[in-house]
Design a protein around this ligand. Sequence first.
Ligand code: AMP
Length: 605
Amino acid sequence: MQEPVIGIDLGTTNSAVATVEGGRARIIPSRAGGRLTPSVVGLDSDGERVVGTPAQRMAEDQPGSVVWATKRFLGRRCTPELVEEARKLVPFPLIPGPTGDVRVNLAGKVLPLTQVAAMVLGELKLDAQAHFGKKVGRCVITVPANFDDNQRSATREAASIAGLEVLRLVNEPTAAALAYGLSTSFQGNALVFDLGGGTFDVSILEVKNGVFEVRATGGDSTLGGEDFDQRIVQWLVAQVEEPLREAVSRDTSSLRRLKVAAEAAKRELTQKEEALISVAALGDYTSANRRLTGVETVLTRSFFETLSEPLSRRCLEVCRTVMQDARMDPRSVDVVLLVGGMTRVPLVQRLVADFFGRAPSTDVNPDEAVALGAAIQADELVRQSGAALLLDVAGQSLGVGVLGGRVKRLIAKNTQVPVVARDIFLPSRAGQAEVRIPIFQGEADFQDDNRKLGEVVLRNLQAGQRAENQIEVTFALSSESILSVRAVDLRTGMAEQVRLEARPSLPAPEAAKLSQEQARYSSSQAWEDARGTEEKLRKLLEKGEKLARLLQRSAEENPSPEATAAVGTVRNLLDTGRAALEAGNSEQCATVTRQLTQVLSGRPA
Ligand code: AMP
């Protein structure tokens, strides 16, 4: 059998892993037993990592040892503005790394965010390995459609630290459309509205005969459920009695508990009209003469909708732009797919239904569709069956900084990828031996309003007249929207090594060290997981024996070919399981464990 491949939805709040088995995409359950893994990472008192649900639990009483929602800052430059933006969203401070990358202080240890993401990916990889009983190395990972070049590169870096080979990065909404399209044989225009914990994406795709062609995409990488929670937190802080309000608004532990309560209330309001919020013992825990207070209040659904109004307006503005970019009328959309946990909020569903003039489809699971689509794409990349062809677009424009602080666009937003674009540039002065051409990503006309990706540095130019030193700059944007740049001095034909200097990736020795650390952790966990599976299999064999005896008795009392076959099936499984345990065959143990669990739970195999 071929080495298994997996699809990973690396989410801001939750992550999921899926695979294609027996021709169908399925979520791989986590070893903790759930279908989703919270994207939360902590370090316990022994400095050991804790990831997922246990880390989420740890956040309750050790908020300083846990980080979450870090995807919002992944691959960005750690500027003072970003640190300030983060201060409003999360209680842990961001710290700049040596290349300007973002790091966090976790229980006294400074970790690059790519390492934090690698820990989550590593956990999903272990879940997949436990599921298959063998090593898993290749995957497709999804990213928000509006992730820029640096954010995509950081995701690849995280995967590499986690020991995963990325077959392709796929945009989250595209993956969701793929999962929907293939499971329902849909043809037409599909609109994906993806509002998760930290990012918002909208894509419109035309689906025809297995070709999934993105017509336009747009979004806001700083808009998600966390912002809705923050609006509730601010409202709660405003209700804290004076003079403690200021202290509470700065206290990590108080803010963390307010945020947990706010999120719980938001979820409750999906079902009910009112939610009671009660948070005790708020105050400044760092102060010696500490006084504590509490907040007890009721949040109604309608007031939550008022609080969220500026955020919902931002969502609709994005929808409007995407429809304009696709030159389509909202009414020409044939199906609206809701993805991301936040699309469960009644307000969001209402806004979408009003805007597109149709109720969203109920055929997609908003938490799982992205991972399922990633698994389908991974399977397709390996098997090359031709069942689905993805044609995606550049989520943001790319250009070169020119005189007057302006940007000359080489690749426009929504251009189909992969794409290659070239242009000729001149040095700004005659006789220059070196030119630096800055590269920007974004939609604004001026450099300052775009994100600088780096600089093309061309050295050893032959001194000459300005017009003689023509430099050809080539942008190649891959099918996963990662940019590579080449610059050629047309006079000499010399192509210089071009570096995207602002890409905040880790220094190579540090990346290598983190990969080794992760590999060590992974192999000791995999060993423990294999022992865990064997233990589980032993218990299942005992239960299976009882089932076999029961089936045997009933076959003797009411003989039939079906009854005899049922006994045979269970007996076969038991024999294979015992042989697998004897031989220490992890893959076989994992397979029989899955099959026996299915048989014993009465579900069809
Ligand atoms: P995701 O990143 O797709 O996992 O989405 C997570 C976001 O969805 C978080 O902000 C959650 O609070 C939010 N969310 C998940 N389920 C619900 C629900 N039933 N009602 C309201 N918000 C939810």
